[in-house]
Design a protein around this ligand. Structure first.
Ligand code: PBG
Length: 321
């Protein structure tokens, strides 16, 4: 048979009714960077259109999120004080813990997710406790669980560990449950690659490692099967949602994760993905809106249910226009 595929592309009505994938503000989670100080709303140079907010300025962004129709945020904190063990990450009065309480006070409905990691809080910039220049896994996961618990106590709805230590999901789940937080969910950064696409974020969060790199804990970009093992273990340890990160260069991983598992899948379209589109658009080489939406759509088509993206607010507006 000679199939006339073009019949279903003839006009916008027919294209609309046969469309397989759509985007909605419900798909997006918006990252917010919180800093100490007062009256700070400072554009992040590596992530144009995104800002550092002090607590007193959070109302502005929470208002914009609501207006855009986005319901979920993921918080990143930049503390004033860093030390070897990242103490301010699990301080009940740390920057994130206060930001959670502040956001809750501003808007009781916003879904608050927290990034659980140590790299923004440690003086060495690594995601754990260092012994002999090596991040000690089993000691680190105790701290990771402590950080997650402090976020839950402050009122977070969901915790998202991004450290890539082994066994952390089990440790966090156990700690949350023992303390009466059995309803706090875990979104695990399960297949998190050691990626150059995080460059702009590390500038934004002041979290670049002071020596070495993250290759001994984040995944090798060359590996695919290993990602499936990471995901399987996180699900078995109790992750409610698993994540693939970055997104665009790892659509194969998202797709296979979707095929193999029934839990919801998140994809983090990271800082480098965003910055490349912004830069290309600024130079006039590409159509920003079209490329941003096409990128997000392809992440969804690959199998992601949830997309963490710096485009969350703009894309939500574009979709509605
Ligand atoms: C913390 C963390 C990072 C990102 C999210 N959580 C940085 C890193 O692993 O170095 C990257 C996000 C982005 O690039 O947008 N560990």
């Amino acid at each position: 048979m000679f199939r006339r595929h073009r019949r279903l592309r003839k006009n916008s009505y027919i294209r609309d009714i046969v469309r397989e994938t759509t985007l909605s503000p419900n798909d997006f989670i918006y990252p917010i960077f919180v800093v100490e100080g007062q009256n700070v709303k400072k554009e992040i140079s590596s992530l144009p259109g995104n800002y550092h907010y002090s607590l007193d300025k959070l109302g502005e962004i929470i208002g914009e999120i609501k207006e855009a129709g986005v319901k979920g945020v993921i918080l990143f904190g930049i503390p004033d004080e860093k030390d070897e063990i990242g103490s301010s990450a699990f301080d009940d009065n740390g920057i994130i813990q206060r930001a959670i309480r502040k956001i809750r006070e501003l808007d009781k409905d916003v879904f608050i997710i927290t990034d659980v990691c140590m790299c923004e809080y440690t003086s060495h910039g690594h995601c754990g406790i260092i012994h002999d220049k090596y991040v000690d896994n089993d000691e680190t996961i105790k701290y990771i669980a402590k950080i997650a618990l402090s976020h839950a106590k402050a009122g977070a709805d969901m915790v998202a560990p991004s450290d890539m230590m082994d066994g952390r999901i089990n440790e966090i789940r156990k700690t949350l449950d023992e303390n009466g937080y059995e309803n706090i969910s875990i979104m695990a950064y399960s297949a998190k690659y050691c990626s150059a696409f995080y460059g702009p974020f590390r500038e934004a969060a002041d979290s670049a490692p002071k020596f070495g790199d993250r290759k001994s804990y984040q995944m090798d970009p060359a590996n695919f099967r290993e990602a499936m093992l990471e995901i399987e273990d996180d699900i078995n340890e109790g992750a409610d949602i698993i994540m693939v990160k970055p997104a665009l260069s790892y659509l194969d991983v998202i797709k296979m994760a979707r095929e193999k598992n029934d839990v919801p899948i998140a994809a983090y379209s990271v800082s480098g993905e965003y910055a490349m589109i912004k830069a290309g658009a600024k130079l006039g080489y590409i159509n920003e809106r079209a490329i941003a939406l096409e990128s997000l759509l392809s992440i969804k088509r690959a199998g992601a249910d949830i997309i963490i993206t710096y485009y969350a607010l703009e894309a939500s507006k574009w979709i509605k226009e």
